[in-house]
Design a protein around this ligand. Structure first.
Ligand code: BES
Ligand code: MN
Ligand code: ZN
Length: 475
């Protein structure tokens, strides 16, 4: 479907040359070097210089900048290169001698991530075919494989998130993952339907999903490699469409709410990717899937619901639905799955974008080393996050006169308070938990660097880095 071939001699097609931040160009003749020298800031990461050469071979050179020539610089260059050339033209990248494998990884990820287009289907037809001309093949295969798995998982998360909600209901989402998992040995998937959710007490998920003609599901996918000593539980919010429910959203606030399952998409795609890479860490991915709809059977503002752990929540705003479905699943994970680490990803609050803008997730954790590991993983992978406080004194905002807590206080600090709400369900694992409110970066309004317009697949890259880096085989 998409590929990169390493070759040792020039091919036909648009030739892509790279320049570093000091303007040093790899490949090309004196004429190209002279043109390049005259350009404005020529080696900046992601800079593009197009040099058409009518009637000559090759007909076109593209020079892309790698800046500091670190992985991020190479990723930016890859993204710039794939944007500069029409998809129909073969792309031939000339690699400078002796670049490290991380450069190849960055380049490949940039090419593939920015080359994504939504075809209207999950895994529809499209391709990003590239040849890379290099003299050294050593160590590149592994980098390319890591890049390929990362990009493919990100594409999957983007496909799922871009899919219109007329198609994407909870059962459809679960079916897609059952199909994906079936192609990978060692993955086990369980899909709970409403009868079982009721019997097991998933009251938050049933309340939120109760207004929809498409009933809720709980997707559980387990990756249990032999010899794994650590167990990471990943939880993702999977609201396939969020109308707000009876506390209905205004038009502008509702129109993109098909993305409200971006957290679920990211955690399942990352788990599938971890299986592809054969990572030696046990992973359980849990995605509560529901449509928050408006109907006579929808839960009401003012209802008191009973969560999985038996505690009660007063729900005065049906638009605060994400925390209700996550609460059930976090409590279930802690009580039943004995996790070492719990990480949840959720498009939980509009307040994420108010605090941090469009490209940065809010990170919450009581665990400084887990927070640092996630921050480092995000930095390496090219996804931004910023840690915000789980300010204990705001817990009083959650007070309810008639239930154990209140789901939707209106006292401000929306993203923080939502995180505090979730923290109540972590029991003895609360110090081994991280929450990422990724409402804002789950979507991009425009093509930008390695992001394409629409769903971004935010979190897949960070999670795969985290799972790869922090869980080496232990004996
Ligand atoms: N899915 C939304 C949050 C959201 C908003 C995600 C914008 C992406 C972009 C969530 O369910 C929601 O509606 N949150 C409310 C919470 C409030 C009612 C306490 C919000 O942020 O306004
Ligand atoms: Mn909502
Ligand atoms: Zn929502």
């Amino acid at each position: 479907m998409f590929g990169i071939r390493l070759v040792d001699s020039a091919q036909v097609g648009t030739r892509v040359l790279v320049a570093n931040g000091s303007g040093v160009l790899a490949g090309g003749d004196d004429e190209i070097a002279a043109l390049h020298r005259g350009a404005d800031d020529p080696g900046r990461a992601g800079a593009v210089l197009l040099l058409p050469r009518p009637l000559r071979t090759p007909e076109k050179f593209v020079i892309v900048g790698v800046g500091a020539a670190d992985e991020a610089g190479w990723r930016a260059a890859g993204a710039a290169a794939v944007r500069a050339v029409p998809a129909s033209e073969p792309l031939h990248v000339v690699l400078p001698a002796d670049v490290p494998p991380t450069a190849v990884r960055g380049l490949a990820e940039g090419l593939w991530l920015a080359g994504y287009r939504f075809s209207g289907a999950v895994d529809g037809p499209r391709s990003v075919e590239v040849t890379i001309q290099t003299d050294t093949f050593d160590g590149y295969a592994e980098s390319l494989e890591a890049a390929r798995v990362t990009a493919a998982a990100t594409w999957l998360a983007r496909d799922l998130t871009n899919m219109p909600p007329s198609v994407k209901n909870p059962a459809w989402f679960a079916d897609q993952i059952v199909t994906e998992a079936a192609t990978r040995p060692g993955l086990e998937v369980t899909v709970r339907e409403p009868d079982r959710l009721k019997a097991e007490g998933f009251g938050g998920l049933l309340a939120v999903g109760g207004g929809s003609a498409s009933p809720p599901r709980l997707l559980e996918m387990a990756w249990r490699p032999e010899g794994a000593t650590r167990h990471v539980v990943l939880v993702g919010k999977g609201i396939t469409f969020d109308t707000g429910g009876i506390s209905i959203k205004p038009r502008e606030g509702m129109k993109l709410m098909k993305k409200d399952m971006g957290g679920a998409a990211a955690i399942v795609a990352a788990t599938l990717g971890a299986a592809d890479l054969g990572l030696p860490v046990r992973i359980t991915a849990l995605a509560p899937l529901a449509e928050n709809a408006v109907s006579g059977s929808a839960y009401r503002p003012g209802d008191v619901i009973t969560q999985w752990d038996g505690s009660t929540t007063e729900t005065t705003n049906s638009d605060a639905e994400g925390r209700l479905v996550l609460a059930d699943v976090l409590a279930y994970a802690v009580a039943e799955l004995n996790p070492d680490v719990v990480i949840d990803l959720a498009t939980l609050t509009g307040a994420n974008a108010v605090a941090l803008g469009k490209r940065t997730a809010a990170l919450y954790s009581h665990d400084d080393s887990l927070a640092a590991e996630l921050e480092a993983a995000g930095r390496a992978a090219g996804e931004q996050m910023w840690r915000l406080p789980l300010a204990a004194d705001y817990t009083e905002y959650l007070h309810s006169d008639i239930a154990d807590r209140h789901s939707s206080p209106t006292l401000g600090a929306g993203s923080v308070v939502a995180a505090l709400f979730l923290s109540e369900f972590l029991g003895d694992r609360v110090d081994h938990w991280a929450h990422l409110d990724m409402s804002a970066p789950a979507w991009s309004d425009a093509h930008h660097a390695d992001l394409t317009k629409g769903a971004t697949g935010w979190g897949v890259r960070t999670l795969l880095r985290y799972l790869t880096t922090n869980h080496p085989t232990q004996t």
